[in-house]
Design a binder for this molecule. Sequence first.
Ligand code: CBF
Length: 755
Amino acid sequence: MNTLKLRDYTGKALSECTILELYNAALALTQDACRNRGYNSGKKKVYYISAEFLIGKLLSNNLINLGIYDDVKAELAEAGKDITELEEFEYEPSLGNGGLGRLAACFIDSLATLGLPADGVGLAYHCGLFKQSFEDRKQHMRPDYWRKWGMANWMKRTDKHYKVQCGDLELLSTMYEIDVTGYGSKCGRLRLFDLDTVNEGLIGSGIGFDKKEIEKNLTLFLYPDDSDEDGKLLRVYQEYFMVSNAAQLILDECVERGSNLHDLADYAAIQINDTHPSLVIPELVRLLTEKGIEEKEAYQIVTDVCAYTNHTILAEALETWPKHFFKAVVPHLMPIIKRMNDAVKAKYEEPSVQIIDEYGNVHMAHMDIHYSHSVNGVARLHTDILKETELNNFYKLYPEKFNNKTNGITFRRWVIECNPELTELITEKIGEGWKTDARQLEQLIPYAEDETFLQCILNRKNTKKHKFSAWIEQYQGDKVDPESVYDVQIKRLHEYKRQQLNLLWAIDRYLHIKDGYRPRRPVTVFFGAKAAPAYVIAKDIIHAILAFSSIVNNDPEVSPYLKVVMLRNYNVSMAEKLIPASDISEQISLASKEASGTGNMKFMLNGAVTLGTMDGANVEIAELVGEDNIFTFGQSSEEVIEHYKNADYVAKNWYKKDKRLAAAVDFLVSEEMLEAGDRKLLKQLYDELLGKDWFMTFPDFESYCKTKDKALAAYEDRMGWAKKMAVNIAKAGYFSSDRTIDQYNNDIWHLEKDC
Ligand code: CBF
């Protein structure tokens, strides 16, 4: 029973409190409730090391997990206060960027919920990614000072400090902790390291700062601009700082729990989330040998402890650092990495599997694979591609290490919290069980034939669409018709995700409407995306979307039928508002390139229907819902891989033979666009598409347009559409991160549950 009352934390009547006082009181209450629950513990613990934890706002999620949301809401209501005011007041932590970071956040929620002893380990960025605004229809970036108002109070400063030596530079860390509440369970922890000397005053205009001043800049930003050498070096400093702290913490804690270090694998599992934490491997070898363990044995211990998750096949994200970077930042690790490389070389001659290549570059993923006991991909197709193509030479050496762990999402945040309307409807039909056992959602299947239920689903979607429409108008002034189809693509801006394909469709529709076509129902195309600071074409795509939206939205002939909305500063909180309101989930990456996607799962769970390629986890979604309940199009991953192998794709040929496509592409540099936008940027994008189109937008254009037309037509059969929604919701249970984490535990970590 909850005995904690908000008024005990305010010192005065709630009705007299400011919003900040109420917020801080709710935060303190949450922390006490968490302490009362206690923390999952046990002999063996998993340390999930990640450069990102995109945790989203914390208050409501924590209150829900702790089972006290309704009590706090009622107490506030009694005092004439509305809990949504606190929710809106809360500032979203900026500790992550995209899918990988959001996945890490879902995982720590599930780890706590399942009673598994676990820590997330990362960095306490001051400004995280950046805050996006649009000026002159271009992306502008400002520091995101998220540790303000009450937010910093979520991070408890501890008295743990570690020395981290980087060449001549000695850094002293401080560890912070954020409680991670599980749903009806004990809690876990997110442990974030910072440097007291970091100085936000170093930030100049935009997000610029002196990249050489490591003591002052180390944890200012997540993924600082690495377009120059100093930026790249800074990333290596960050990565080493993160893992050295993690390694020291792990060894300390394991010894405290009784490990003699030879048996470290009985006390710790380390999950290396992508290659950013890979240096934990040589760092652990270094620390173990310092403590008297033979280097050869240290290799084995580290291999038994570490497991590596690959999140992408894109070369740019498979980190490779020149040897001289390591000599500058971690000279003491270089001899270890060299000896680890020699050990590999002695066993395997094949050049493509070496850790250090012939040019002296260190391949982080290669080190991970040789010195971990598990290598997993994040969706079935992705893992197959790793095994058969990208990492085939490694798979041949270590078939037993490779395994798949299809991603998942926490249903607490992605439906219970963000869509209480749908949650209530589901619970009314099938009871509470699905909240802890997501597979029970399947019990909804019979209701997909029940017209009353289907009407309820439509009504609740409608409520969410109206709410979002009101919110977006207030937030950025866009007027959106709730009767329009909400067609939504929200994710990082990357050419492989192909926001440009969606834009070309919108241009094509615009041209049709100008030609006199009058669609039966309007469509609103929503884009939400940040482009990495140094990613020029991604920024050009944002610019083209903004320029085009200004043309469409201001054209009285077109805007009753088509609107394009580019959301400013897209983040987790916005996704929580928009996903429940969405009709069509755009998952249109070039087949083979999206490792999994997790947005696709969130949309499905909230009754949006996927329009997507057979890529990443879309493949598994398609299998689960059946072809009547998803719209798929485009080249298969096999075809795409074949084209890359043969290097036979020529964009211009597609442009020449498809008039509709050519008209849409040409519109990018039309008079209207050049008036609305910047000639250089638009021309740059046009040239990129015609001259390269590396992610093969053109070959998929025709089938995309046809399939989208089919989806829009299907939308008009409201009962038919509601049935698709119901099946998607009912089949979403597989994508609970509780299932994913259970699989990690059963196959890789082998922890005992503390419950
Ligand atoms: O596995 C989580 C996600 O990671 C990425 O975002 C990544 O950063 N590599 C991938 O792009 C997604 O496909 C994947 O879902």
